[in-house]
Design a protein around this ligand. Sequence first.
Ligand SMILES: Cc1cc2nc3c(=O)[nH]c(=O)nc-3n(C[C@H](O)[C@H](O)[C@H](O)COP(=O)(O)O)c2cc1C
Length: 163
Amino acid sequence: MKISILYHTRTGKTADMANEIKRGIEEVSDIEVRLFPLDQADPAFIQESKAVIVGSPTYAVNACWQVKQWFDEGCRQIHLGGKLGAAFATADFPQGGADITILNILTHMIVHGMLVYSGGGACQGPIIHLGPVCIKPLYEESRKQFQIFGKRIAEKTLELFSE
Ligand SMILES: Cc1cc2nc3c(=O)[nH]c(=O)nc-3n(C[C@H](O)[C@H](O)[C@H](O)COP(=O)(O)O)c2cc1C
């Protein structure tokens, strides 16, 4: 079963955290996971993916425009409806709006007919309500949270889509 992780990055932090999610997914067997910068996304692999995870840096308390462009135009060849969707964000400041970035991405996913999931409060700790967030003062400490999130998404993907 395939999972795609898409992200935009300018200074590397969102890519770094995308890689931590990938590491968490790889703890689960029977999953093939690939990472794509948004401008190098492989439509064929994404179409075959049962789950699509999207990450963005927080720009002005929102997702970056590259994420909106991808959902508005870049994913035209892909039918996202029915796939599991999940989101993550990086930001500089604790009150910098990373949760709003995640909500923005989840909104795009809902509009495309995706089934959005984070694990929320239904999992044993750590609690990840909307999706994992990495802020500058907690950069290294965030890695584990992203790995756990990846594992949760992979397990839910198998639970929902295994025949
Ligand atoms: C144009 C711009 C706007 C930003 N706006 C915010 C913001 O509103 N809140 C915040 O906490 N960080 C903000 N940042 C910081 C980035 O979200 C943060 O450095 C992020 O981790 C960068 O991700 P990257 O390394 O993947 O490019 C902004 C950065 C830029 C370049």
